[in-house]
Design a protein around this ligand. Structure first.
Ligand code: ADP
Length: 619
């Protein structure tokens, strides 16, 4: 087996690889950018090499620099993790040419699966069921429209080079086809440098089902059963589980066999995932599950498969890359219980899930489930990389137990001052329709109102904050009250401010809750409520939105300013457009009024919390 390994990746997956490598006695070398110099994965590796400045294109994507680091440190192999260079066939080839072992898919398989249309044509030839559609080379708009008409609406236009949920347009009627095609092509050209598209039948009640496969150089291919990743927001996975709810043995056999067929068709070696789309309008059945694409790498959600099979997939990758056969035969693999994973993100549901950048001054995740994380308290979530804080993975005998266990952990997450999706995750996992298994890829969008965190503190939050404020007079300011339950001596009115808004709290009933109060923040149900005392003459909430201050919710670039100082504006009118993390966000007037102050100018770089404009009310 290989004895030393360089990890061409960062964060959570780098740590995950180090964990297994250490257990196997393999020396590890981390590579890191300037932004990551103090991150846990750099400390935990046996050796670490700086590869460049923060932007990924100057560091984690710099192929020559990574190869140079491998040469310097004398490692035998390179593990690319996922993302970055993991599905870059040219890099895989360069690694192999240098005489190093590539702990990834063969370049030929990466290429075969790299373009969606070619991959689909190849799978049709291998007798794998593929979503009905047009995967041809002719890209003439008239031809594409005729094909769409034949397939029947709604259709989905997809960039052949697409990925990460980008470059897809749903078109519901022939009249909208040209507009959909044009905008899909624009996005495809901008994001992937390739504007070719394919057209598929749009599945109305789709579920995303994927099968973990593993191949070796001796020609063995096994599967490790399926995962269900139907809970998505904007085509990005939010909850992943294994096995898939409602999957009977016959259907499982059909889909897993098809996945093995796919892997064999491209002489697959290593860890791969074959993704299928299922039309569940009439339940999950074998003849309504179609090949979508193959991911030629380890997946973010691999831990749920590890949990139900009891296998370490990173160990499998290392063994197979070393030339060993896949560690288990098909008949030695079985499903044990149910596993579920959620991705805890530094993002703010209230701003349309924009990343929330900053220092994790307080970070606590309750114990009881597997936690795969790249950061610790005190670390920074930067705008350079994916803002994931951790993956939380539960494993229990049944689905409901796995869901409730995970919901409990998500609800107990405490993070400050960065915003997270913890409350959103807890609500999703506790939703009756989710618990009953009534899921498809539209679930989150359909239930979005139920899943959004509260915008107002409830009575428990107010009571806890008020009690803590009274108590803090006598105690030290770092009051920690876990599982608070308090009795005020007599009925008292307390003037407080929670999340920047004033409240008068009647402290007359004992407050009960399973949250905690740390310093001046109430943590409850995955949400964080900062509070403070409010003097009677307090004028109002400082720099919050209700006083008319327009604050940058995160670091970014001002790309447009649509008002001038002195302009009259109406509530909801866009004032400033901010671009952050490649997304545009409009900042709107909170009420009717006049632009009293305007500090934003187009092109300006702004940091989080900066005042961009201030609106003064009419009265
Ligand atoms: P990407 O490579 O960007 O991840 P995929 O082809 O894997 O793109 O599709 C991503 C998601 O888009 C799927 O998980 C599914 O939710 C949705 N999707 C893809 N194809 C269809 C389809 N034909 N009908 C309905 N939804 C689809």
């Amino acid at each position: 087996m290989i004895e030393s390994l360089l990890i061409a990746n960062r964060g959570e997956i780098a740590r995950r690889i180090i964990r297994t490598a250490r257990r196997l006695g393999i020396r590890t070398v981390a590579t890191y950018s300037d932004a990551d110099a103090t991150m846990p994965f750099v400390r935990e590796a046996d050796d670490a090499v700086r590869i460049g400045p923060a932007p990924a294109r100057d560091s984690y994507l710099r192929q020559n620099r990574i190869l140079e680091a491998a040469r310097q440190t004398g490692v035998q192999a390179i593990h690319p993790g996922y993302g970055f260079l993991s599905e870059n066939a040219d890099f895989a080839e360069a690694v192999i040419r240098t005489g190093l072992i590539w702990v990834g898919a063969p370049p030929s398989a990466i290429r075969a699966m790299g373009l969606k249309d070619a991959a689909k044509q190849r799978m049709i030839a291998a007798n794998v069921p593929v979503t009905p559609g047009y995967f041809g080379e002719d890209q003439d708009p008239d031809r594409l429209r005729r094909e769409a008409d034949t397939i029947g609406y709604p259709v989905l236009i997809k960039a052949v080079a697409g990925g990460g949920g980008k470059g897809m347009r749903r078109v519901d009627a022939a009249a909208d086809f040209s507009t959909g095609l044009e905008s899909c092509r624009r996005e495809a050209a901008a994001s992937f440098g390739d504007d070719r598209v394919l057209i598929e039948k749009y599945i109305l009640s789709p579920r995303h089902i994927e099968v973990q496969v593993f191949g070796d150089i001796h020609g063995n291919v096994v599967h490790l059963f399926e995962r269900d990743c139907s809970l998505q927001r904007r085509h990005q996975k939010v909850v992943e589980e294994a096995p898939a709810p409602g999957m009977d043995e016959a259907t499982r056999k059909a889909v897993c066999t098809a996945a093995v067929q796919v892997a064999r068709a491209v002489d697959y070696v290593g860890a791969g995932t074959v993704e299928f789309i299922a039309d569940v309008s009439g339940g999950l059945c074998a003849d309504r599950i179609w090949f979508m694409e193959m991911n030629t790498r380890l997946q973010v959600e691999h831990p749920v498969t590890e949990a139900i099979t009891g296998q370490d997939l990173v160990e499998w990758q290392i063994r197979v890359a070393s030339g060993e056969p896949v560690p288990r035969r098909q008949e030695e693999l079985a499903i044990d219980g149910w596993a579920m994973e959620v991705r805890l993100y530094a993002e703010n549901p209230a701003t349309g899930f924009l990343p929330s950048i900053g220092c994790l001054e307080h970070l606590r995740i309750p114990e009881g489930v597997r936690i795969d994380s790249g950061v610790e308290q005190g670390d920074e979530i930067t705008s350079h990389y994916d803002p994931m804080i951790a993956k939380l993975i539960s494993h229990a005998p049944g689905r409901q137990q796995a869901a409730r266990m995970l919901a409990g952990v998500a609800a107990g997450v405490e993070v400050w001052p960065v915003h997270t999706n913890a409350a959103f995750l807890a609500r999703t996992l506790n939703h009756p329709d989710f618990l009953s298994g009534a899921i498809d890829t539209g679930f989150i969008e359909r239930h979005l109102m139920d899943l959004m965190p509260s915008t107002e503190p409830d009575e428990r939050v107010l009571q806890a904050a008020a009690s803590a404020l009274l108590g803090a007079v006598a105690q030290e300011p770092w009051t920690t009250l876990t599982g608070f339950r308090m009795n005020a001596e007599a009925s008292r009115q307390v003037n407080i401010e929670v999340a920047g808004r004033p409240y008068i709290v009647n402290l007359d009933q004992p407050a009960r809750g399973s949250g905690s109060v740390i310093k001046d923040i109430v943590f409850i149900d995955g949400e964080a409520w900062p509070f403070g005392s409010r003097r009677a003459d307090h004028a109002g909430g400082g720099q919050n939105l209700t006083d008319g201050s327009i604050i940058a919710p995160m670091p970014g670039t001002v790309i447009a300013v649509s008002v001038r100082q002195g302009d009259r504006v109406l509530r909801g009118q866009p004032l400033v457009i901010l671009e952050a993390m490649k997304m545009e966000q409009a900042l709107n007037a909170p009420f009717d009024g006049t632009v009293a102050e305007l500090r934003a100018s187009p092109g300006a770089q702004v940091t989080e919390g900066v005042l961009l404009a201030r609106i003064e009310g009419e009265d």
